[in-house]
Design a protein around this ligand. Sequence first.
Ligand code: PLP
Length: 388
Amino acid sequence: MTGFSSRVEAVSISGIREVFEAAGEDAINLGLGQPDFPTPDHAREAAIEAIQSGKVDAYTSNKGTLELREAIAEKHARDNDLDVDPEDIIATSGGSEALHIALEAHVDSAGHRPANERTQSESAGQEVIFPDPGFVSYDALTHLAGGTPKPVGLREDLTMAPEAVEEAITDDTAAFVVNSPANPTGAVQSPEDMREFARIADEHDVLCISDEVYEHQVFEGEHRSPAEFDESGNVVVVNACSKAYSMTGWRLGWVTGATDRIERMLRVHQYAQACASAPAQYAAEAALTGPQDPVAEMREAFQERRDILLSGFDEMGLECPTPKGAFYAMPKVPEGWVDEVIERGVVVVPGDAFGENGSGYARISYATDTETLREAIDIMADATAALR
Ligand code: PLP
C-alpha cells in the first residue's frame, strides 16, 4: 500500500512494545513507565460526581474548564513560584498532546518555510534539539511536525549540558526540549542548568520546551523550572497529572506559555482535540486542589525502591549513575545483558530504544513493589553472573 506521508513514514511504532511482547506472560515487568499506585480516591470521586450530575455531557471550553485552569495556575504558584494566568493554559490529553501541540505550533516543515529562510537544505524542516538518550516522543513528534530531530549526547551523570544545547543551535533551530527529572535516565538538572536553558532560549531566540511530568519525583536536589528564569516568553512548560497522581489512564496534561504561543497551540488543539476529556478534567482539578499526601507517599516509596535497586547494581558490579528523580535507573550493562535478563523473565528496555547514545545501557523502571523488585534483582544478578 502506498500514499503515506513522509512524516509518518519517518516514525516507527515504539520499540518498547516489542520488548513486552517478547517476554513471557509471567515475566516481571520493569519496563513500564507508569506508577503502580491507584489514582487518589478524591480524584476518582470528583469524576464520578461530575458524570452523575451530567456536567461532562458537553464539550468544555477548548482550553479546558476555567476551574481546572485556575487549579493548574494555583499549582504553579504553589510548587514553582510561577505566576501563570489561567488564560495561558491549555488542558490537553496527557503530557503527550501538550508536547505534540507545542511542536506543531513552533516547528516549520520544509514545504512551509519561505525559500529565503531555508538555510540548511531544501528538504529539511526546522531542527529540534533533545536529550539522547531521551523520551521516545521527542524524536517521533519532531518528525510528525515535519521537523528535523537533533539529539544531543549527555554528561557522564546523564544530565544534558546547556553548552551542548548551545553548540547544537543553528539558524535552523526552532526548539530544544529539557526534561527533568528525565525519562529514561532519572537525571535531575541543577537550578544553574535551568537558568542557563532560559538564557539560551532568550539569547538565541529559540523555544525551550520544558517537560516537567516527573517534577514531584525528586529525591535529591530540587526541581526548578526554566520558566522561573524566563525573561523573553521563550519557555513553555509541559506537565500532566499522569505521573504525579498516578493518572496515566485518565489522559490529562497541560501546557503553559506566553499568550501568543498559547494562541498558536490552541489552533492545533482546537482542531485535533476540541477539548480534553471532561471527566478527566474534573478528576484532575480535584487531584491538584485536594490533599497532596499521595504525591509524597509515592515519592517516598520510589526513593526506597531506588535505593534497593542501586545497592543491587552495586553488588552485581554494574555501574549506574545515581538517578535523582523519576522512577527509572539506567545502568551500563554488558553486551547481551538485556536479552539474557528478558530470557530469564524480567522485562527491561534496551537503552538504544531511547536514542543511539543509550546503547550499552538498559532502562529499569522501579514502579513495582519491593518484593517483586528484590525478586527481579536476584534474576538480574544471575544473568549478570552468567555473562562473566
Ligand atoms: N514526558 C515524559 C518524559 C514521559 O516519560 C511521558 C510518559 O511516559 C510523557 C511526557 C507523556 O505523559 P502522558 O502520559 O501524560 O501523556
